[in-house]
Design a protein around this ligand. Structure first.
Ligand SMILES: NC(=O)c1ccc[n+]([C@@H]2O[C@H](COP(=O)([O-])OP(=O)(O)OC[C@H]3O[C@@H](n4cnc5c(N)ncnc54)[C@H](O)[C@@H]3O)[C@@H](O)[C@H]2O)c1
Length: 374
């Protein structure tokens, strides 16, 4: 394998630029075994493409992703486009013999996710899906607590991701608010992978789900003076049971676009009879841990910058979104190079298919107003 991995981006919008930002300061990773550079970018919109011209390593800007895929210099392709385009573009990336860093939800629906996962397996290419919050130090500590076996009997698990900007009815509609481009799963496709990644990695697969899904605003300004219909689910509460150490334990997932006051809040809480852990990006450097002794204690720890992959950033500084996004990319490229060394890895195609199986069951539960076995 060559020393520098050349990355291509298809879809230079919100997330495409985050990748450019992570790769542009790759030297921040301390002693990391893989070099990575952004080489090529494709976006349909000229203004979006032109932004990438300021990045000196980019040698190809194109509106046609086939041109990017035909470039022999590109090793890995990150794709961040509307969900209705995932399947076709992901399959073309694999056909071109490139490794794929897919965005969630990994296809617009379960059928699409299965097709992508099967193509990934048949191709032999390295494929993972994006979900960055578990790479924050607090999230890592919650994961370690979950697998430690030190929490006693698990009482309940609560995992979620909340947004609030949709509370504003004047916020314009975009492709994420429409079934044809976002998918019938709506908010579960937007926010769901973030909520399920850690519990699924621990091995906590829901046995059944009872879903409460809400559509709240049915139309929004279309940005051109008119109104556009918005037909996706906005908020989802998924009540499940999971078997842990022979007992059925309640596990609740929340994905909300309308959660008052929550700008971008990812959280995970695991409560047990002996110990517990709570972490939320609302207080990004705070980890709460529970210990039951003679007295019962909730302890608050100020965390530093310690992500899974060492960086030059001082250990007492606070990490944020760009940092966990970079750590996720480090996990992707380390695992691709066979150098993950037991660290936390990105979402696998099997986990992505499992998430879609879960969301499809949630849609059925909502329609039939009953719990659905997975
Ligand atoms: N990991 C995360 O935290 C996170 C956050 C937001 C979105 N996402 C995911 O990232 C993906 C993209 O979301 P976004 O918010 O970046 O969207 P966006 O609308 O900001 O960007 C999408 C870009 O794709 C371009 N595009 C559309 N069709 C194209 C085509 N055929 N060829 C090339 N470019 C094309 C658009 O012009 C646009 O610039 C989605 O799958 C979404 O779910 C992930």
């Amino acid at each position: 394998m060559k020393n520098t991995v050349n990355i291509g981006i298809i879809g230079g919008g919100l997330m495409g630029r985050e990748v450019a930002s992570a790769l542009a300061r790759w030297f921040v990773l301390d002693g990391f075994p893989v070099k990575a550079e952004l080489t090529a970018v494709c976006d349909l919109v000229e203004k979006q493409r032109e932004w990438f011209r300021q990045i000196p390593t980019v040698t190809l800007l194109t509106a046609d992703y086939h041109e990017l895929l035909a470039n022999p210099d590109v090793d890995v392709v990150y794709v961040a486009v509307p969900h209705n385009l995932h399947e076709a573009i992901y399959l073309d990336v694999l056909k071109a013999g490139k490794d794929l860093f897919a965005e969630k939800p990994f296809g617009i629906d379960l059928k699409s996710a299965i097709a992508i996962a099967e193509a990934a397996k048949a191709s032999g290419r390295f494929v993972r899906c994006s979900s960055e919050f578990p790479f924050l130090p607090g999230a890592q500590r919650a994961y370690q607590a979950a697998i430690s076996g030190n929490l006693g009997k698990i009482l309940e698990v609560h995992s979620g991701f909340h947004h609030s900007s949709d509370l504003d009815p004047t916020k314009p509609a975009n492709w994420k608010r429409q079934v044809k481009t976002c998918g019938e799963i709506g908010v579960m496709g937007d926010l769901g992978m973030h909520a399920v990644h850690v519990p699924f990695r621990v091995g906590w697969t829901p046995k059944r789900v009872y879903a409460q899904l809400q559509k709240i605003y049915h139309e929004r300004p279309d940005g051109k003076g008119g109104m556009a219909s918005c037909d996706t689910w906005d908020n989802a509460m998924l009540h499940t049971e999971v078997e842990i150490d022979g007992a059925e334990v309640p596990m609740r997932f929340e994905m909300k676009r309308l959660a008052p006051g929550e700008t971008n809040t990812w959280f995970l809480e695991i409560l047990g009879t002996e110990g517990g852990v709570k972490y939320s990006t609302k207080e990004p450097k705070t980890l709460w841990t529970f210990a039951r002794g003679k007295e019962q204690l909730w302890q608050k720890t100020d965390l530093g910058f310690h992500g899974p992959f060492p960086t030059i950033t001082g250990g007492i500084f606070e990490p944020g979104f760009p940092d966990c996004f970079m750590q996720m990319w480090a996990a992707f490229l380390a695992e691709r190079a066979g150098k993950l060394d037991g660290k936390f890895g990105c979402v696998t195609p099997d986990e992505a298919v499992l998430s879609h199986t879960f969301f499809a069951a949630a849609l059925r539960s909502q329609a039939e107003k009953r719990a659905i076995d997975l």
